[in-house]
Design a protein around this ligand. Structure first.
Ligand code: FEC
Length: 315
């Protein structure tokens, strides 16, 4: 009988409906309920992007289904002697990471691989997903391996490069010079103290950005942060809104945002970039476009498959 390998596909998670926003936000805040004002602000942001639909949920569902299909196709072609079953484990909402591991145990899975739908490792992001999954798997006797990062996987770099290139084409078609478009790679900011901890997050993001820029021969690029939390401690900067102001002062007119730290359409892209950053760009009389997100792009799914097989082959 072919053995079954569980694949725990971990992602940030999004509320299931508007009335779940408070519980979701409370979980992000480690059990502290948000004030009425904070809750209203977040609810307004969700309403502004999609009027009550949460795109991250459908995207994660589709990514997990596509990954399962692709892994089993490769397995049937001889890449492995196993049947892969994907389980979702979300960071801040149901099914939680622990629920995903528990479901694997109920289904009799003894061996599993965990992968996060975020290519760059930080102890505060991917590290925390892995810690939770590892603890639950240990408790339930599942042997688990984890993909820690895949920020330089060639299929990932190719997938992002194609997205960047097709938006540069769009600038060109409307008369802008390709090499005068400033490409702004971005990712979710984290508290600046991660740098003192020797965290690889910033270096990995810069490495992805550099690899894409080199592949496409882009010289006019820089990296900036976005979506910083509203807490008293300093977060990594500069923030994209400040970067746009600096670029305007440099007389840059055409900007392409490439949020390489994210893989799906969701709030931090559809609101923070498409609404908030675009409003600032408009005030500055600047054209700001954004690359399409990877979502279930076959090359991204290939990058996930390759990362799963790589980690399985490691002792
Ligand atoms: O579409 C959606 O519903 C969810 C979009 C979403 C994604 C996402 C990814 C990351 N986050 C990361 C770090 C932090 C830290 C805090 C924090 C707070 C929030 C809040 C919302 C939110 N995040 Fe998020 N994040 C998304 C959404 N995030 C909503 C709460 C309100 C706000 O501040 O805007 C601060 C928590 C704290 O108070 O301690 C830190 C990182 C990622 C990318 C990696 C990953 O996907 O795991 C890092 C998507």
């Amino acid at each position: 009988m072919t053995k079954k390998i569980g694949v725990l596909v971990m992602s940030y998670g999004t509320p299931a409906s508007m009335d779940q926003i408070e519980a979701y936000y409370t979980h992000i805040r480690r059990g502290n309920r948000p004030s009425e004002e904070q809750l209203k602000e977040l609810t307004d942001r969700y309403e502004a992007i999609v009027g009550g639909v949460f795109p991250l949920r459908a995207n994660t569902d589709h990514q997990a289904e596509s990954l399962q299909q692709a892994l089993n196709k490769l397995s049937a072609e001889g890449k492995a002697d196993a049947e892969f079953v994907c389980y979702q484990g979300l960071k801040h909402t149901s099914p939680f990471i622990e629920d995903g591991v528990e479901q694997m145990a109920k289904d009799g899975i003894k061996e599993a691989v965990g992968i996060v739908l975020a290519p760059h490792y930080s102890i505060m992001s991917v590290g925390s997903y892995i810690k939770r999954a590892e603890a639950k798997a240990g408790e339930l006797g599942i042997s688990m391996k984890f993909v820690k990062e895949y920020h330089l996987n060639p299929s990932l770099i190719e997938a992002i490069s194609r997205k960047v290139s097709s938006k540069l084409d769009l600038f060109e078609e409307s008369g802008a010079k390709r090499d005068q478009v400033r490409v702004l790679f971005s990712a979710h900011s984290l508290p600046a103290r991660i740098l003192d901890m020797g965290d690889p997050y910033q270096d990995q993001l810069l490495a992805t950005s550099k690899a894409v820029a080199e592949k496409l021969g882009i010289t006019q690029w820089q990296f900036t942060w976005q979506s910083a939390g509203r807490t008293a401690e300093p977060w990594l900067g500069p923030d994209i809104l400040d970067t746009l102001k600096s670029l305007s002062a440099e007389q840059v007119e055409d900007v392409l945002a490439a949020p390489v730290g994210f893989v799906s359409d969701h709030l931090e892209v559809l609101y923070d970039l498409d609404i908030e950053a675009k409003a600032i760009a408009k005030e500055l009389d600047m054209r700001l476009e954004r690359i399409d997100m990877l979502n279930s792009d076959p090359l991204y799914i290939q990058a996930l498959c390759e990362s799963v097989f790589d980690v399985m082959e490691k002792e």
